[in-house]
Design a protein around this ligand. Structure first.
Ligand code: FA5
Length: 340
């Protein structure tokens, strides 16, 4: 082997190498276990001592030269690879970042808070009542005896009874009794909360909806006060004049009783799915608190009288935002929720 020409040959090969794997091949060819240099080293065993030293030295110089050149070229490749990677990963700090979406309040919560604010401005306190009730608070205390048709209809058809006793309240009226038991008149409260009814759902009926109960008790609180309060509330809430009608009705816990309908705001009274094509939507039940209910709450009906009402928060929200299906509230559909 001519060492000088081998050196030149390897130099050219290293220069021509295009990748780390090319370099690896060159390394194997000359410096590997079966490489040329190793074969040459083995050969010198047979030479004289003098020759051994001379050629051994030259082979060693070639070996060191090759190692250095290969390492130098490999470093070059790595540097290039690194700067290529850096370029690919480069990012522009002036680009706008990813937008983190914030959640927001559910339309029912928004409306509940707004309603609470309006009633608070009229001196009403906002209180809560339990969602799990006893038969006494949901029915008996509200003057709905066991054999009463209203009780039979509600309890048999519409009430979710709990295995361990008790039931899911079917209305917020039970909270009237809880509050009267603990507070002395004059009273002025609203009670927002969930109610539960086992009934078929449609565009205006849910099994789980929200009511807002109202109760005002004083020495001479009258039905005229109710009308004024509710008219004021609706004007404030809808920020426009609203057509309402009071229909005589029946609730065991009020006497006299009435229901309040408002002209459907979804269709402006023309008829739509939300108002069952009648042009009117039933918003609330109300009346003068029945003397038996005052008694069950611990008040003397000879000294105190007042009105109560129970309205559907869901239906008010539907009227406010022109929503034509109550089931959208619990649908979890972001296309709906993002609009609020
Ligand atoms: C009651 O629940 C009475 N407790 C209201 C009341 C309170 C009357 C105080 C007198 C004094 P009613 O069952 O009609 O009444 O329900 C009240 C309102 O809830 C209705 O006017 C209606 O707007 C709404 N509502 C009734 N059922 C559903 C339902 N399944 N889904 C949505 N809203 C409903």
């Amino acid at each position: 082997m001519n060492l000088k020409s081998t050196k030149n040959q390897t130099k050219k090969e290293i220069e021509k190498a295009k990748s780390l794997s090319d370099l690896d091949n060159i390394f194997k060819k000359y410096l590997g276990k079966k490489g040329l240099l190793r074969t040459e080293f083995l050969k010198i065993k047979k030479l004289s001592k003098k020759e051994k030293i001379r050629i051994g030295k030259e082979l060693n110089t070639l070996r060191v030269f090759l190692q250095k050149e290969i390492a130098k070229k490999a470093k070059e490749f790595r540097r290039k690879e690194l700067s290529k990677q850096e370029k690919e990963e480069e990012f522009d700090i002036t680009l706008p970042g990813k937008k983190i979406e914030f959640g927001h309040l559910h339309p029912l919560t928004l409306v509940q808070r707004e309603i609470a604010g309006i009633f608070q401005s009229m001196g009403f306190e906002v209180v809560e009542g339990p969602e799990i009730e006893t038969e006494w608070y949901n029915f008996d205390a509200l003057n709905i005896p066991e054999d009463h048709p209203a009780r039979v209809a509600l309890s048999l058809g519409k009430t979710f009874y709990l295995k361990g006793g008790g039931l899911m309240r079917t209305h917020t009226s039970c909270a009237q009794i809880h509050y009267m038991e603990k507070n002395n008149p004059p009273l002025r409260i609203i009670v927002p909360g969930k109610v539960f009814r086992a009934e078929a759902t449609d565009a205006s009926h849910e099994t789980n909806f929200y009511q807002i109960e109202g109760l005002m008790v004083g020495r001479d609180v009258s039905a005229a006060n109710f009308k004024a309060v509710i008219q004021k509330f609706l004007e404030e809430f809808f920020k426009t004049s609203i057509k309402i009608k009071l229909r005589p009705s029946y609730f065991p816990f009020t006497e006299p009783s009435f229901e309040l309908d408002m002209k459907c705001t979804v269709c402006a009274g023309k008829g739509c799915s939300a108002c069952k094509y009648s042009g009117w939507i039933e918003l609330l039940g109300a009346g003068m608190v029945h003397p038996n209910v005052l008694k069950n709450g611990g008040l003397n009906p000879k000294n105190w009288q007042g009105f109560a009402f129970g309205m559907s928060l869901d239906r008010l929200t539907m009227m406010k935002y022109k929503i034509n299906d109550i089931r959208l509230f619990h649908s979890g559909d972001l296309r709906f929720l993002k609009q609020f």
